[in-house]
Design a protein around this ligand. Structure first.
Ligand code: C2O
Length: 578
């Protein structure tokens, strides 16, 4: 029977067309399996068993489109408790899938399974996922790439290729043992042994030459690099020798493009850059390197990770593989490790695209003002113990408005949803410091912090302005603050103490950068605005993991609105119990 004799009934044809149409509009459901298991990995000549997703390091790439629904089934085969966070995903009405342990969920215990179920609404760009419990994110992380809807375009030239570049931090020892010990002694944790690019430390470390990420490019093409800082404790400068980068997106929001040789990226942030390759084969190979921007008083890993940018030559040209080896290897020049002036200039260049298609919906009026100090402090050393904090009788601690957050033993969101919060948290998180002082001046005599499990409760749709002020109690330091469940607009920043009478006059309410993680300037302040239009419990913390461990974290409880689409859905049946 010939094909021409085969007739599709009209109703079936219209069904097929309808489904294709629906598909383009509503997005599809994508399934992923995350099996948490150990895997032996060797870096810097040290072999160790690390916790991975599906045996991969870094973890698998999630690729979806705006509008897609993701069902990610996580099965825990290791002894550690596990949760996974989808960093930067709004989680509209789906706060149960957000992932911070003891905030939105109890951990997935050994042998248990939990399906993270959420839809990507109104977002496109580079985000990432990572474990959100203790320091397990040191090996449990990967890119989460949201492509524009079918038939939608980038507001920049179509790239020839898209390449995730994910920065990480590698310890030869077990990071879990390192943070456990640090919390015990009260001292700073051992710094990492290397930084990595796509899991590889690169040629500038001992015994690491073969573990180098290589980006092979063609001349005269446009590459989109999706940069992600998954390091635990370090902001990073990144640069490629003899190449200019054009920043086009940060934290999955398009920005007004600008060219730069170096970018600054804090833990938690993502940055998409366009790399236009040379029009002709260059007579060189290029290093791309990253090393820290560090402002605190503590020690840090001051090493440099490198990857290689190589122009791949067709075999019939004079640049044979052999001659490629003899090309000079050029190295970029990165800013000094404490170059705050570069950091300020760079962040001042970041502006929302704020186009008709991608507007910046900056809240123009404010319902509630908050002023939070962020920084380090101390807690007393237990009796009969010698500690390794700033003194022998103190431990390092960190706080927001002098409250060092105590992690509850059950999840805040569950207790909130079931109206059982009274013994778990209190709604009295201070809206401003209880005892004002000269935040960036001579440190006060008493550096002790208080503690508690305190939250701010917000009615649905509250328009919030939050000023975060760095303190110099134990030395001024830049803190990358991350807010779950929302993007916010960075309307202002400055050095010294925030002045509520003068500074708001300079706020940018037209095209401020919209993001989910912002660096509070070292010895300065940053002002952000967001609309609390997402019911749930939303964690906010410093994305320097050691500071989170020390208590630099708090949570916002956003109440349900009146309409059905303003309410948090009930918990999924497989939500883990504590
Ligand atoms: Cu990427 Cu709460 O973190």
């Amino acid at each position: 029977m010939g094909v021409s004799h085969f007739k599709i009934p009209l109703f079936l044809l219209s069904l097929i067309i309808f489904c294709m149409f629906e598909h383009a509009l509503a997005g599809t459901t994508k399934h992923y399996n995350f099996e948490i298991r150990h895997q032996n990995v060797t870096r810097l000549c040290h072999t160790k068993s690390i916790v991975t997703v599906n045996g991969q390091f870094p973890g698998p790439r999630i690729v979806a489109r705006e509008g897609d629904r993701l069902l990610i089934k996580v099965t825990n085969h290791v002894q550690n408790n596990i949760t996974i966070h989808w960093h930067g995903i709004r989680q509209l009405q789906s706060g149960w899938a957000d992932g911070p342990s003891y905030v939105t969920q109890c951990p997935i215990q050994t042998g248990q399974t939990f399906v993270y179920n959420y839809t990507i609404v109104g977002q496109r760009g580079t985000l990432w996922w990572h474990a959100h419990i203790s320091w397990l994110r040191s090996t449990l992380y990967g890119p989460l790439i949201i492509l524009p809807k079918l038939n939608a375009q980038y507001p920049f030239a179509k790239p020839h290729k898209e390449v995730p570049i994910i920065f990480g931090e590698w310890w030869n020892a077990d990071p879990e043992a390192i943070i456990t010990q640090a919390l015990q002694t009260g001292g700073g944790p051992n710094v990492s042994d290397a930084y990595t690019i796509n899991g590889l430390p690169g040629p500038l470390y001992n015994c690491s030459h073969k573990d180098t990420f290589k980006l092979k490019v063609k001349p005269g093409k446009i590459y989109l690099l999706r940069l992600i800082n998954a390091a635990l404790n370090d902001e990073l400068f990144f640069s490629i020798a003899n190449h200019t980068l054009t920043v086009v997106e940060t934290d999955a929001v398009y920005v007004k493009p600008f060219a730069t040789n170096t970018i600054l990226i804090t833990p938690g942030q993502t940055t998409n850059v366009i790399l236009k390759t040379n029009s002709h084969y260059p007579n060189a190979t290029f290093l791309m390197t990253a090393r820290p921007y560090a402002t605190g008083l503590g020690t840090f890993d001051n090493t440099t990770v490198a990857a290689i940018l190589e122009y791949k030559t067709p075999s019939n040209t004079h640049h044979s593989a052999a001659s490629l080896k003899n090309l000079p290897l050029l190295k970029p020049i990165l800013p000094a490790l404490n170059d705050t002036s570069f950091a300020t200039k760079f962040t001042n260049k970041l502006r929302s695209l704020a186009s008709a298609q991608f507007p910046a919906n900056v809240p123009q009026k404010v319902d509630k003002h908050f002023f939070f100090t962020v920084g380090l402090g101390t807690t007393p050393c237990p009796q009969n113990q010698t500690c390794q904090g700033p003194t022998n009788s103190t431990k390092f601690s960190a706080s927001v408005n002098n409250v060092s957050f105590i992690q509850p033993t059950t999840a805040l969101l569950q207790t909130h949803f079931f109206g059982q919060s009274n013994r778990v948290y209190t709604p009295d998180f201070p809206t401003k410091p209880l005892v004002p002082f000269n935040y960036t001046g001579t440190p006060p005599n008493n550096t002790m912090v208080s503690n508690g499990t305190k939250v701010v409760v917000l009615p649905f749709n509250t328009s919030v302005e939050l000023v975060m002020q760095d303190t110099s109690i134990l030395g001024a330091e830049s803190h990358p603050l991350h807010l779950h469940g929302f993007n916010f607009f960075v309307v202002g920043q400055g050095f010294g103490n925030y002045d509520p009478n003068k500074d708001p006059a300079n706020f940018n309410l037209d095209d401020p950068i919209e993001r989910n993680t912002v660096g509070v300037p070292s010895g300065g302040w940053v002002a952000i605005r967001f609309l609390a239009d997402n019911p749930g419990v939303w964690f906010m913390h410093c994305h320097l993991e050691v500071h989170t461990s020390w208590g630099l974290k708090m949570a916002w409880v956003v109440l349900d609105g009146k309409l059905p689409n303003q309410k948090l859905f009930p918990p999924p049946a497989d939500l883990p119990m504590c």
